[in-house]
Design a protein around this ligand. Structure first.
Ligand code: BES
Ligand code: MN
Ligand code: ZN
Length: 459
């Protein structure tokens, strides 16, 4: 996609409120499109003037983009009629919504969807935003890469292929990607992770992605992503309905890989490390079982109350590796961790907990700047007790009550004292139906937040 600043009038979009203009095909409803190609104009409906705001603007422009699917038009233009929006809001949402509208996951379809828009023309007087828009295009590209990883199914994305794809893509931008196999993972002491992985014939991979482009004295940001390339539940097996979409259970790892791509392709001067413990939660004669007591990398023992609470076990070792090896200024883990977060916050808000309010505030700020929604939940001491075990140091399920909080707190038990933010993206990473500028399926949520956080920290 090319963003030009040139005052072109080619296929000029004419924003239209209800009553401004109508005909038998068009009445100005939100997102309605009427192309008047003789006049080189495209009418785009914005609904009632008095209800108009930036959310409606985003939606309308997204629908404009969807209108161009499988059409020949390659170029569209906007004038400086900002509709009362901030300049930056205006062009950010035009570019963001139009590019996101062109994302279609048709990898498995014989017939591909075409999105032929190649040029977005903006007013020449806005050209001070040229660099920002080039940056945004790259970030969305990275976000789309993350979406593809999540949308692909578990017969195509398993630990080996996830690791290889990350390496292939990130190496292009100077990220050093190390892939560890089972024997090495054992030597590195990631014993709890291996317990989750051992039921599957698809062997685990531990992926460490280093992008160290700031001075040595800048402590790194560490991003850890849950990488369950499939979650059957194990012996605490899921229902067929609950299982079906569990190819998306590596959404956290896709976000981390996508964020590294966004950061590296924009050459940010920052130290970032991405970590993914990739495996499948399967059933076999070798699988771990409910009631087992296993040992984590940091020496703690874990009672396996439920084999379907597997993500937090893999994260326990992954975050512990992250803090002991890298001594980060901040560690963020991202995980499709609990069904409970869907009950609490739907598919709209990512749930968060933290051990450090300053770190949390920096993440919330980055999320706000990139228009991604995060809601902080309390990291409450009483609730933490739900994870207490009779036989071991901790158990992997605190039960139904406050399920998203106790899941996060389990991960927090392996962080030592490092500033930590936990993001539960089980609701936001994968949509059951279209929402905002996203079709159903993977969103690549929080790629932009992590990018923005890294940018705010860059030299
Ligand atoms: N991967 C699931 C969480 C999930 C559920 C993600 C729905 C996306 C959509 C996770 O591993 C899981 O199974 N969690 C259990 C935990 C419970 C057994 C304590 C859950 O949420 O039911
Ligand atoms: Mn599970
Ligand atoms: Zn899971």
């Amino acid at each position: 996609m090319k963003i030009n600043f040139n005052d072109s009038k080619k296929n000029l979009v004419r924003f239209t409120f209800k009553d401004d203009f109508s005909n038998e095909f068009f009445d100005g409803s939100i997102g309605e499109v009427f192309p008047d190609l003789n006049d080189n104009l495209i009418y785009l409906g914005l609904g009632e003037k008095e209800n108009f705001d930036r959310e409606i603007f985003k939606e309308a422009v997204y629908k404009l983009g969807r209108f161009f699917l499988n059409k020949e038009i390659t170029e569209i233009s906007f004038d400086d009629n900002q509709l009362g929006l901030d300049k930056e809001d205006y062009i950010y949402n035009i570019v963001n919504s139009l590019i996101l509208a062109g994302y279609n996951f048709d990898y498995y379809k014989s017939e591909k969807t075409k999105y032929n828009i190649e040029n977005i023309n903006l007013p020449a007087s806005f050209n001070s935003y040229e660099k920002n828009m080039e940056e945004l295009v790259k970030v969305i590209d990275a976000q789309s890469f993350a979406r593809d990883l999540v949308n692909l199914r578990s017969n195509d994305i398993y630990p080996e292929t996830l690791a290889n794809k990350a390496k292939e893509e990130l190496s292009k931008y100077g990220v050093d990607v190390k892939i560890y196999e089972e024997d090495q993972i054992r030597q590195m002491g990631l014993t709890a992770f291996l317990q989750v992985a051992k039921g599957s014939d698809n062997k685990p991979r531990f992926i460490v992605m280093e992008y160290l482009k700031a001075n040595d004295d800048q402590k790194p940001l560490v991003f850890v992503g849950k990488g369950l390339t499939y979650d059957s539940g194990g012996y605490s097996i899921k229902s067929s309905d609950g299982m079906k979409e569990m190819n998306s259970d590596m959404g956290g790892s896709a976000t981390v890989i996508g964020a590294l791509k966004a950061i590296a392709s924009n050459n940010l001067k920052v130290n970032v490390v991405g970590i993914v413990a990739a495996c499948e939660n399967s059933i076999s004669g070798r699988a771990y079982k409910p009631g087992d007591v296993i040992k984590a990398r940091n020496g703690m023992t874990i009672e396996v109350d439920n084999t379907d609470a597997e993500g937090r076990i893999t994260l326990a070792d992954a975050v512990n590796y992250g803090v002991t090896e890298y001594k980060p200024q901040m560690i963020i883990d991202l995980a499709t961790l609990t069904g409970a977060v869907l009950v609490a916050l739907g598919e709209t808000y990512t749930g968060a907990i933290t051990n450090n309010q300053e770190a949390m505030d920096e993440v919330l700020k980055a999320a706000k700047e990139t228009d991604e929604k995060i809601w902080q939940l309390p990291n409450d001491n009483f609730l933490r007790k739900y994870n207490n075990s009779e036989v071991a140091d901790i158990k992997n399920s605190g039960g139904r009550l406050a399920g998203s909080i106790t899941a996060g707190q389990f991960v927090g038990a392996f962080i030592e004292d490092y500033p930590w933010v936990h993001l539960d993206i089980a609701g936001t990473a994968y949509l059951s139906k279209a929402q905002g500028p996203y079709q159903e399926g993977a969103t690549g949520v929080q790629v932009k937040t992590l990018y923005q956080l890294a940018k705010n920290k860059a030299e």
